[in-house]
Design a protein around this ligand. Sequence first.
Ligand code: SF4
Length: 358
Amino acid sequence: MYFPMPSEPTALRRPTLHKIADLVRAGLVAPEDLAGLERVAETYSVALTPAVLDLIDPTDAADPIARQYVPHVAELSTGTEELSDPIGDAAYSPVKGIVHRYPDRVLLTPLLVCPVYCRFCFRRARVGDAEASLTEAELDAALAYVAGRPEVREVILTGGDPLMLPPRRLQSLIGRIAALDQIELIRIHSRIPVSDPGRVSSALVAALKPADEADVAVWLAVHVNHPRELSPLARGALARLADAGLPLLSQTVLLKDVNDSVEILDQLMRALVRNRVRPYYLHHPDLAPGTAHFRPSLAEGRALMAALRGRLSGIAQPTYVLDIPGGAGKVPVGPEYWDENRGEITDPGGRIHPYPGD
Ligand code: SF4
C-alpha cells in the first residue's frame, strides 16, 4: 500500500530542510547524532523537500525513503575502492558542462543543484554547488562543441536536476539543442517528478516540448527507487508529462535496505508501467565515496533480476547495468540465460534445457 498523502497546498507551503538541526526537530535524526551528521553535511549536500518528508515514517528506523535522503555517519567512511568521480566524468569532459563518453551522444550538465540530495548519488562530491551552473558563455561553448560534432545525435540533459531550470530557460535550451542539424533525440534525467512533483507545472511541461517544426524527440528518464515514491502527487506529475506526449522511462538504483527485494522491485516496476513509465535501467550502485552501506553484491543483483524475469512481463523488465569505474562505459551485468560451453539455456522458472545455439 502507498502512504496517504497530504493535500498539495500543505506540501507546497513547508520549506525544504537543509540543516541537521532541522532534521533533529523533525524527528528524523537522534539529537546525539547531530555533531557527526553535521560533519557529513560539511562534505555532502543535504536537502529533503516537503514532498519527500511526507513519504517518511519517522517512527520507522528502517524507513526506505528516509534511508535515501537522511544523512548517516557511515558516509564519513570512504573505502579504498571508492572514487570521488566514480564513472570518470572529468576524464571524458572536453569542455565545461559536457561529458563525451560514447560517439553518438553527450551529457550536458547545465547545473549541479537538485531539490533533494540522495545519499548514494554518484556525483555526490559535486552536486549542490550553485556556483557550478554554466554561465551563458560556458553554455555557448558547450553547445558549440556539440554543433561541431556531426556524429553526436543525442544530448542528455543531466546534472544536478535539469528540471530545476526555470521553464523559460529550459525551453530556450531545448530549442537551441533541437536547432542543431544532427540532433534527433534530447533525453532529460530527472528525479523531480517524485522528489518535488509540484514543480511539474503546466509551464514546465510546455517547455519540454520542442517546436512543432523540429524533427527532434524529447524523452524523460525519471529516477524512482521505491514504489512508495509514486505518491498521488508524483503520479499526477507523471500523468501531466505523459498526457503531453512525452515518452517516459525510469532509472532505478539498486540499494541495500531500500529496494533489494524481489517484492519491492516487482511492485515498483508494475507501478511504473501503470503510470506509463517504461522501466529502463536498474543501476548497480557506483563506487561513490561513503556509500558502501548501500551496495548489494553483483551476485545479489543478478539473483533479483532472475527472479523478476519469472514474475514480470517483458515491458516491466529493466536492464541491470553497471557503469565501469573510471568511465569505460555502461554494460548489462546479467544474469545470462544461455551457457555456451554447456549448450544449455535456463528458462524464467530456473529450469535448464539443452540448446546448442547453432
Ligand atoms: S537527484 Fe539525482 S543528481 Fe540529484 S542527488 Fe539525487 S541522484 Fe544525485
